[in-house]
Design a protein around this ligand. Structure first.
Ligand code: ZN
Length: 297
C-alpha cells in the first residue's frame, strides 16, 4: 500500500536549523539555500524558511533587490525525495488559504500540500514587488528549476545545467510550477521534458531561459553588479516593470496553463500511487541521481 493512503507521522531529522541564510547589505538581500550536504534539496523546512526570508526582504524598505543563491557545489537538486529531513508528513502553518494536508487521505494529501508548498509558494514569490535574481551554479534540477524560474533574472555559471527528469523517472509531465513552455520554445520544452536530459547553461542562454553565463569565479561579482544597479534605481519603477512583463505572461495564459498542468501532474501522482504504490514511482534521491549519472554517460 502507498504511504499516501493512510496519513501518518514520520520522524524527521533535520541536519540544520538554518536551511536558509539571510544577509542584507547595500540594498541587496542575499537569500541562500543552505543544505549543501544534500545539494540544497528543498524540504518543507526550507520552503517555509525561504518564504520567511522573502517576506523579510519584501518588508524591509532598505532592501531594493533580492538574490536567491545556493550554498556549495549546486544551486538545487530539486525537491527533497529522500534525505533524513524529508518532511512530507510534517505540518507547517499554512501561509496560503489551504487546509492542513497531513490528515488527508490518499491523493488529497499531496494535492493539498503541493498547492501550498510548490505551486502556491512559487507564484507568491514570483510576485514579490522587488526585482529578484537567481544565481545558479552546478545542478538546477526539477524543483530547483521552479526556484530559478520565479526570479526575474537568472545568471548562471558556465558549469551550471538545467534538467527536469520527472517524466522519464516518474511518468509525471514536469514539476508542479509548469513554466517550461514559457521559459523555452515549445519544441525545445517538449525535448526538455520528454527526454529529461541536462541542458547546459550556454544552451539555456540561447533560448533566453538564462540572462547571462559567466565563469564560475565571476558569478558572484556579476550578480552583485546587476543587483547593485537595480538597488540604485527607483523602487516603484522596478516593481512596475517586473509586473508589466509578468502581466504579459498572464495574458499569454501562463496561470491558466499552469493550473491545467498541475492537475495532470496530480493525476500522474495518483496513477503512480495506484499502479506502483508510491506517488513518485518509488524514486528516491539516490536512485534519481544514479539514473542521471547513467543518462549523462
Ligand atoms: Zn508533485
Amino acid at each position: 500500500m502507498s504511504d499516501l493512503v493512510q496519513p501518518k507521522s514520520v520522524d524527521v531529522t533535520y541536519e540544520t536549523e538554518e536551511p536558509v541564510l539571510y544577509e542584507a547589505d547595500a540594498g541587496i538581500a542575499w537569500v541562500t539555500m543552505n543544505r549543501p550536504s544534500f545539494n540544497n534539496s528543498q524540504n518543507g523546512q526550507m520552503t517555509y524558511a525561504l518564504d520567511d526570508a522573502f517576506q523579510r526582504a519584501t518588508h524591509d524598505d532598505a532592501v531594493k533587490c533580492i538574490v536567491l543563491a545556493g550554498a556549495g557545489k549546486h544551486f538545487s537538486a530539486g525537491h527533497d525525495i529522500g534525505t533524513p529531513g524529508r518532511d512530507l508528513h510534517h505540518e507547517f502553518d499554512k501561509r496560503l488559504m489551504f487546509a492542513p494536508h497531513t490528515n488527508k487521505p490518499a491523493a488529497e494529501l499531496l494535492y493539498t500540500r503541493e498547492q501550498e508548498q510548490y505551486l502556491g509558494m512559487c507564484r507568491r514569490w514570483r510576485d514579490i514587488p522587488k526585482p529578484t535574481i537567481a544565481m545558479v551554479q552546478g545542478a538546477c534540477i526539477a524543483g530547483g528549476l521552479m526556484l530559478a524560474w520565479v526570479c526575474d533574472l537568472i545568471v548562471a555559471s558556465d558549469d551550471a545545467f538545467f534538467q527536469d527528469p520527472v517524466n522519464p523517472l516518474m511518468g509525471i509531465p514536469g514539476v508542479e510550477y509548469f513554466a517550461h513552455a514559457y521559459e523555452l520554445p515549445p519544441r525545445v520544452a517538449k525535448e526538455f521534458l520528454l527526454l529529461g536530459e541536462r541542458m547546459t547553461a550556454e544552451r539555456a542562454e540561447r533560448f533566453g531561459m538564462v540572462n547571462r553565463v559567466v565563469p564560475r569565479d565571476q558569478l558572484r561579482e556579476t550578480v552583485n553588479a546587476m543587483a547593485a544597479k537595480l538597488a540604485g534605481q527607483d523602487r516603484l519603477g522596478n516593481w512596475l516593470t517586473k509586473q508589466a512583463v509578468n502581466h504579459v505572461e498572464e495574458l499569454r495564459g501562463k496561470r491558466a496553463a499552469m493550473d491545467a498542468v498541475f492537475h495532470m501532474h496530480h493525476f500522474a501522482h495518483a496513477q503512480n500511487d495506484l499502479v506502483k504504490g508510491d506517488s513518485i514511482a518509488g524514486v528516491s534521491g539516490r536512485s534519481a541521481s544514479a539514473e542521471n549519472k547513467k543518462a549523462a554517460g
